[in-house]
Every structure is written in structure tokens, then in C-alpha cells.
Design a protein around this ligand. Structure first.
Ligand code: ADP
Length: 318
């Protein structure tokens, strides 16, 4: 059905009415509308005008690994790219192919089982977003791994620019909504990390979100009113990430602490810390030298380390 609707829109010279489409396709007008909404979530810019119908204004541009490659100025990050049209999860792909070279980037146009933290899902429709995972083989101890999420957050913010901020520890927000999420996973023996997978999802040209996400999710397109070239953005994130990552491996998080704190939308806000059934409310006041969130609560100051909690702003999503 999706292809049929795209065909009609592609072949039309002007607007096609919902009624005409519903008649030609033998489905209800409500069903036509649902398909249109789905296409919008994939980055198709479809105008709808009352009494006229629908018009395809712009189709999403493809991700091209060779284009990304031509835009890189990195030494080893993303120098090998594994691109696939559709996969369950790029983090899972990277883990399965963990014997690949350090810095390999796994990208998919769509994920069917994209992952968030703590078993949650990540909506990854085709055509509109960046769903990618970096395979890294750092020589650091397992308890330093959470810093990779933080520096990846800085890289995404720098690449996006504008008003992008970080909701500690792993989400990038614009206008109080989530535009990007980072999920870092690792495989380690007791004192030694064997590999790390840093997954980055960015809602780029998404024009509409499913109802359950519309309150908390946004895209670069929704925030700025313009479309972004995903190839350029992937390369920009990688170009920002490499020097941050090298610096982090060599000198730890401290050199990036001030920049992270400036980018962190959670600071000076009321936060509710939710951890395995128990809840604590306080004001986030600082980022400590290891990247932990320092929170002032009624019971005193506590430092929350990444990975163990979810922090929710009491007012709005941040
Ligand atoms: P949290 O924000 O609670 O820390 P995660 O970082 O684990 O959660 O991200 C997963 C959550 O993000 C999902 O439960 C869902 O609410 C939301 N989400 C899922 N897909 C997207 C998306 N494409 N854009 C923004 N938010 C999303």
C-alpha cells in the first residue's frame, strides 16, 4: 500500500484528493490519512490542503556510505562503514560483528527493534533519521565507560549546533524534547574492556511522530523548519567525536567537564531520580569530574553515576 500511495503522489502533477486516493486504492479515507502520516514520519514532506488533498513536496535523500566517507577527516573513526537498509538494531549488529576493526561504524536506514536504555525501545523509521553504532576498543577500565556516552553527547551537540542541549546523561534535547539518544553497551572481563558499542540515534527529517512520542520527541526538521543532509550530519558527528574520544582515553573526562556542564540542560533544575522502585527529588547542581550528576536533596548532596538511574525533569521532559 505504501508503494502504491507513493506512486500516486509521485505521478500527480498537483494535489491528489484523499477521496480520489481512497477510491483508487479501495481503502477508507482514514486509512489513506494513516499512511500519509507514516510517510511523513519517514521524512517525506507531504503538504495537505483542505479541499485540495495531498502533494508530495520532497522525498528523503538516501544515506550513502561513500558520501559519508568523502566528508570524513578522521584517522580511524568510521573509516570502515557497514551500511544496511534495514536491521533489528545497529547496536546488536556491532556486537555480533565485534571482531571488526576499531572505529567501525554500523548504519541503518531503519531499525525494526531499535533500543533505548533499560530495555526500552527506540522508534527508528526509515528515511528520516540517523541510526548508527560505533564499535570501539578502548584500553580503559569498565567503570570509565559511561564517559563515552557523555563525550558522544558533546559530539552530537556540536554537530547539530543551535539550541541543542544534553539531558544528563544520554539524551540530546531541543525545545524541551528529545531529538537524539545515546546508548552505550560494553563487553568486559573483570578489569578489561573487550569492546564498547556506542549507539547514536538522531531524529533528523522526521515530520511527525507516533502519538505516544509526540510529547517527548522532536526532530531537527520540526525544530528548524528545514531538512538536513544525513550524510553530512553523520560525518560531522564522527569528525567531532574522534578528537573528543582520543582526549578522553588519554586524559579522562575532566578536560570536557566544563563544556559538558555548559551544554547540560539538567543543571539548576529539579530532577526526580528514579532507581529500581525508589525515588528521590532534588536540584541538579553540577557535573562532577567523572561525569556524575551532583544533586542536592533534602537528605544531602548525592552524586548519581550514569547507568544506574533515570532522571526526569519535574517540569516538562527535561
Ligand atoms: P529515558 O529518556 O527515559 O532515559 P531512553 O534514553 O532509554 O529513555 O530512551 C528510550 C525512550 O525514548 C523510549 O522509552 C521512548 O519514550 C523514547 N523514544 C523512543 N524512540 C524515540 C525517538 N525516535 N525519539 C525520541 N524519543 C524516543
Amino acid at each position: 500500500m505504501r508503494e502504491k500511495i507513493l506512486n500516486i503522489l509521485n505521478n500527480a502533477t498537483g494535489y491528489v484528493s484523499g477521496e480520489e486516493m481512497s477510491r483508487d486504492l479501495g481503502i477508507s479515507r482514514a486509512a489513506v490519512w494513516k499512511h500519509i502520516k507514516k510517510l511523513k514520519s519517514e521524512g517525506y514532506k507531504i503538504e495537505s490542503v483542505t479541499n485540495k488533498g495531498y502533494r508530495l513536496a520532497e522525498a528523503p535523500k538516501e544515506i550513502s556510505p561513500s558520501t559519508v566517507d568523502s566528508l570524513l577527516n578522521t584517522g580511524f573513526i568510521a573509516r570502515s562503514i557497514q551500511y544496511t537498509d534495514s536491521t533489528a538494531s545497529t547496536n546488536e549488529d556491532a556486537k555480533r560483528l565485534a571482531s571488526s576493526v576499531d572505529g567501525t561504524l554500523f548504519i541503518a536506514d531503519r531499525q525494526t527493534a531499535g533500543k533505548g536504555r533499560l530495555g526500552r525501545g527506540w522508534e527508528s523509521p526509515r528515511g528520516s533519521g540517523i541510526w548508527m553504532s560505533l564499535l570501539l576498543k578502548p584500553e580503559i577500565s569498565p567503570n570509565e565507560i559511561s564517559g563515552i556516552t557523555l563525550i558522544a553527547g558533546i559530539a552530537v551537540c556540536r554537530a547539530i549546533g543551535g539550541s541543542a542541549k544534553i539531558k544528563w546523561p544520554n539524551d540530546i534535547v531541543m525545545g524541551g524534547r528529545k531529538v537524539s539518544g545515546i546508548l552505550t553497551e560494553m563487553s568486559a572481563e573483570v578489569e578489561r574492556v573487550s569492546y564498547v558499542v556506542c549507539g547514536i540515534g538522531i531524529n533528523v527529517n522526521t515530520a511527525a511522530f507516533p502519538p505516544e512520542l509526540s510529547e517527548k520527541a522532536t526532530s531537527l526538521y520540526v525544530e528548524t523548519g528545514r531538512s538536513f543532509d544525513r550524510n553530512k550530519l553523520i560525518a560531522a558527528v564522527m569528525n567531532e567525536f574522534e578528537p573528543l574520544y582520543k582526549g578522553f582515553i588519554k586524559n579522562g573526562f575532566e578536560p570536557f567537564r566544563a563544556e559538558y556542564r555548559d551544554l547540560c540542560a539538567s543543571i539548576k533544575r529539579e530532577v526526580r531520580i528514579i532507581s529500581r522502585g525508589s525515588e528521590m527529588i532534588g536540584t541538579a547542581i553540577d557535573i562532577d569530574k567523572n561525569g556524575g550528576l551532583v544533586v542536592m536533596t533534602a537528605a544531602g548532596t548525592v552524586t548519581v553515576t550514569s547507568g544506574e538511574v533515570s532522571v526526569r525533569g519535574i517540569y516538562g521532559y527535561i
